[in-house]
Design a protein around this ligand. Structure first.
Ligand SMILES: Cc1ncc(COP(=O)(O)O)c(C=O)c1O
Length: 377
């Protein structure tokens, strides 16, 4: 059996080696390392793929979120509602900009922000909602966009984990995750569904004015050379990373399909096993692009299962072991434990299995066999 890994970047690279190597060598030849033609070409190709008017590449997914918030002109004291169960980057940038993070609970089935909890958290100071499309599945954007319209709030989608997934609205229309709110961010961290070979990120929007503002912010607040109109940052996707992303973007749908196929096989083997809840996906399969395949283990057995997997040489991830409202940096007396029953349970129950584009049947049966063997003993 091939060695088990959480993410098999090498296996994926081998299949596109010639294309990637040629693209990278071309950049080296031109020496256009910053803002070279590869960056502009990638931007256009991603705009087309997502069907959004503007993609603004930047240095990473955390910057992308921060810049999106700066672009919207959010001011210290403005309240921004986001999920308690997400990677820290989401809340970190809210705090860095001296906005007030308002963490709310998530749904037990999708792990995504709970629209009812959003409604309860809205105050006159609320300015934005940041849904995170966690583990590759879009949040309930029908409900979230409706709440935002009603209360005149911005929606900033954190799409770091769900690039390529489709959201099917109740009215029958479909949009790509990241093309729904006023603005969205993504990460091209190597293990992401569309990952480069270093750090990278991007901001998406259909709003021409916002796109113009953001293009200046990523470049030191310059709209005209050496005229600094607003306080900006230096956040660029470099040409080498753009070359890698251009080589990989045409494969994104195939990559996501491979993840969905692996997920189907995991689910077929694990569904119905007592003590396991397999991932829930609403409607058609393309809504979930399985950045992670995350199951829930009942009866306090998660950590013992994790130890068993380690013994069997199976890597796993606990995303996330501590709710954000209990992280030292984000603790606040506003938060009451009773407001986070779902997150507090999820941190005890979730475990993510190896998930990538190169998983084969033998590996999947070994993993699922090891899990069922443990739970049935
Ligand atoms: C939900 C979420 N938001 C933001 C980020 C930040 O992305 P980056 O690591 O590129 O800064 C990540 C990356 O792990 C993420 O998972």
């Amino acid at each position: 059996m091939k060695k088990l890994q959480m993410v098999d970047l090498k296996g994926q690279y081998k299949k596109i080696k010639d294309t990637v190597n040629n693209s990278v060598l071309e950049v080296l030849d031109t020496t256009a390392f910053i803002n070279g033609p590869e960056v502009h070409a990638f931007q256009k190709e991603l705009e087309e793929y997502l069907n959004v008017k503007h993609v603004i590449p930047c240095a990473n997914g955390t910057d992308a979120l921060q810049i999106a918030m700066m672009g919207l002109g959010l001011k210290p004291g403005d309240e921004v509602i986001t999920a308690d169960f997400t990677f820290a980057a989401t809340v970190e940038v809210i705090a860095l900009l001296q906005l007030t993070p308002v963490l709310v609970d998530v749904e037990p089935d999708t792990f995504n922000i709970d629209p009812e909890a959003i409604k309860k958290a809205i105050t006159p100071k609320t300015k934005a909602i940041v849904p995170v499309h966690l583990f590759g599945q879009p949040a309930n954007m029908d409900a979230i966009m409706e709440i935002a319209r009603e209360h005149d709030l911005y929606v900033i989608e954190d799409n770091a984990q769900a690039i390529g997934s489709n959201y099917h609205f109740k009215d029958g229309t479909t949009k790509k995750a990241g093309a729904i709110g006023q603005v969205a961010s993504t990460s091209f961290f190597p293990s992401k569904n569309l990952g480069c070979y270093g750090d990278g990120g991007a901001i998406f929007t259909n709003d021409d004015n916002l796109a113009h503002t953001i293009r200046g912010i990523v470049n030191h607040g310059m709209y005209e050379r050496y005229h600094h109109d607003v306080v900006g940052v230096n956040s660029r996707l470099d040409s080498l990373q753009a070359a890698v992303l251009r080589a990989k973007l045409p494969n994104l749908d195939t990559y996501n399909k491979a993840r969905q196929e692996a997920a189907k096989k995991y689910t077929a083997a694990l569904k119905g096993v007592e003590g396991i809840t397999v991932p829930y996906t609403e409607g058609e399969n393309d809504t979930h692009v399985y950045h992670q395949y995350t199951i829930k283990i009942a009866d306090g057995k998660r950590d013992a299962l994790a130890a068993h997997l380690s013994k069997k040489g199976i890597p796993y991830g606990i995303y996330y072991p501590i709710p954000l409202h209990n992280q030292k940096a984000y603790k606040d007396e506003r938060y009451k434990e009773a407001d986070f029953p779902v997150t507090n349970r999820l941190v005890e129950e979730v475990i993510s299995l190896p998930m990538h584009t190169e998983l084969d049947d033998e590996q999947i049966s070994y993993i699922t066999g090891s899990i069922t063997e443990f739970l049935k003993q």
